[in-house]
Design a protein around this ligand. Sequence first.
Ligand SMILES: Nc1ncnc2c1ncn2[C@@H]1O[C@H](COP(=O)(O)OP(=O)(O)O)[C@@H](O)[C@H]1O
Ligand SMILES: [Mg+2]
Length: 748
Amino acid sequence: MASEPQLAAVPRWTPSPRRRQDDDEADHKGAADMVSVLGASMRGTEGFPFGSGRSFQPPPFLPPAEAEQPSPEISVERSENDCVAFAVARETSSLRPPDQGVVLAWEDLWVSTAGAGGNRRRVPILCGLNGYARPGEVLAIMGPSGCGKSTLLDVLAGRLGSSVRQKGDILINGRRQKLAFGTSIRAIDGKHGDLVSWNAWIELQAYVTQDDVLMNTLTVREAVRYSAQLQLPSGMNAAAKRERAEETLREMGLEGAADTRIGGWAHKGISGGQRRRVSICMEILTRPALLFLDEPTSGLDSAASYHVVSRIARMARREGMTVVAAVHQPSTEVFGLFHGLCLLAYGKTVFFGPAADTNQFFARSGFPCPSLMNPSDHFLRTINKDFDKDIEVGLDGKTMTTSQAIDTLVNSYKSSVHLAKVMHQIEEIRANNEGCQLVKKEKQPTFLTQSWVLTKRSFVNMYRDLGYYWLRFAIYVALCLCVGTIYYDVGQTYGSIQARGSMLMFVAAFLTFMAIGGFPSFVEDMKIFGRERLNGHYGVASFVIANTLSSTPYLALISVVPGAIAYYLTGLQSSGEHFGYFAAVLFTTMMVVEGLMMIVASAVPDFLMGIITGAGVQGVMMLNGGFFRLPNDLPKPVWKYPMYYIAFHKYANQGFYKNEFLGLAFPKNNDQAGAGAVAMITGEEILKDYWQVQLRYSKWVDLAILVGMVVLYRVLFFVIVKLNEKMKPMVRRLRFRNVERHAISSGH
Ligand SMILES: Nc1ncnc2c1ncn2[C@@H]1O[C@H](COP(=O)(O)OP(=O)(O)O)[C@@H](O)[C@H]1O
Ligand SMILES: [Mg+2]
């Protein structure tokens, strides 16, 4: 339905629109002209955005008319909907004054990874790249797959993994980025020592990664609305936030799919292209100062690609956003929307400069674009050597292999005016760093608001995801029916002492053990958390609180209903207080297990590995919890101290036992029937002598210790995530220093 107006715009699709023809005309002006054009473009950037007024001029890569109107053809074609969206967008005020953009520059950027096998030589992924991206513009990174586009985005966003090494400078508004650990040491001087912190950095940027990590149970509209509530500043009222979400949905053409569940591997939901657009939606809600997009148009048809990129470009211009996008196979129209182009081939720069000049550069280097061919297809074909038999034909009719073609282009770029201009521009950016304060996002929603929104979202997710709690609830009911019938009406015989002990142990150990069943769903939550955390949507504490609070009602339900079935069928002490305690311990222990699994999830990336690890850890705790081997018999080193005291089973079990046995008395042995006066054994004696339970403190202390563990495990999770964030950069810095020292000592 919603796609109809978009389709209506397609018939005007032409292989070579006006814009490119203009460029072709420019192509014929000759070399001298080209230099003067570039010079003008450079002059156009003077004072931009570093001038005293720090005001926006039209993006220098674009001809002035283009800056106002992306394409005359398209503006005629623009559908009603489009115009409305545009008008609405114009009415909504920007979150950031437009003169506070981010200029990103990188100089001599190298990224390498350790070679495979015994070979210790490092394999370069990016080789000495230079470039910059400015507010109001879209810089496209293009190249064959595997050429390093995602790596370049990762480096710029400060998200490189610890296995790769980086070298070179990354400048944000002319100041060095602290995350660029590999930055060459010579650059650290008084002037550039002013580093940008991690927190400031993630507050500035938004990154739409190559794969979409979304909450599958939500509808598109819900997902974007929750995201808006989480991210948009506290100064904005609820209606404005909702309107921003709707506006963004419209901009990304998602109105038609707004009420469809996102879906995932289990349930088919929206299409791959729509998922891509939902991911983009969530990151452009705040109109971030710096936006990284990794293949935003993959999975989109050519019309959708055009609309998505054109709207992002328009937004960038309107809001003064700096957009860096790795793009895969753009159509001619999409290509025409880019201001700058960074063309990479196997880690080397083939071209960096105004996108409109690429054609000319290729032609001058001996690879003119055949008429009727999409220029971007031509560029990519010329530099793709994955299928090495490919032979390129140069201007003079000579043939060469693709590797030779790439070398020719790389060398041609190195000696071109384009590189000189880039270097000049970077120098200018570097020189103008003073007085350029980094602008933080406007105040985010308060901690309480974020925790509340996250709790709501998580609650809805848990409700809709059958695997999170409902399946467990059903299995628990079935299991408790089994327990209840096996131990049915256990009575108060001598034999019932053992039966009670076993039944309670089963509940404390196995029912809580089953809490790992929700782990796969939790891992999905963690992935979403990971993405949103890196994009600075909210903090770790909000996530922990939200996850704990939202799971509480489900765990309470699971511990009360199936718990009651097992409890009353077995015929344990029937007073409300006793059952209440039983359910409370069961509930708390499940919370402990969930906390334990959170810690496992923070350490182990994959859910299968996580389940195995979690099961192993719990198995060990179960074993030394004081049932399978009595506490006094446990070997003292390790198993008794400290393991016995660490295992939560000890407290759950002892709490259950105290709850059940205290106040009861049992006949001393099985043949009481014949004797007149039956010798009795009290529950207290059983606890002390038989189960070897510590009676110095009451069952409530056991419960309190379990509650303490619930808190402790969550605090531990918080600390691990925080430490991880802090340590990763430090580890990389250390690794880098070692490598650097090694390189210096070996004379490299
Ligand atoms: N952490 C890493 N370890 C080893 N090799 C890597 C790593 N990251 C990227 N690479 C390699 O670097 C090259 C570029 O990868 P990438 O940036 O993902 O390419 P693309 O341009 O398709 O986004 C690929 O050949 C990839 O195998
Ligand atoms: Mg990639």
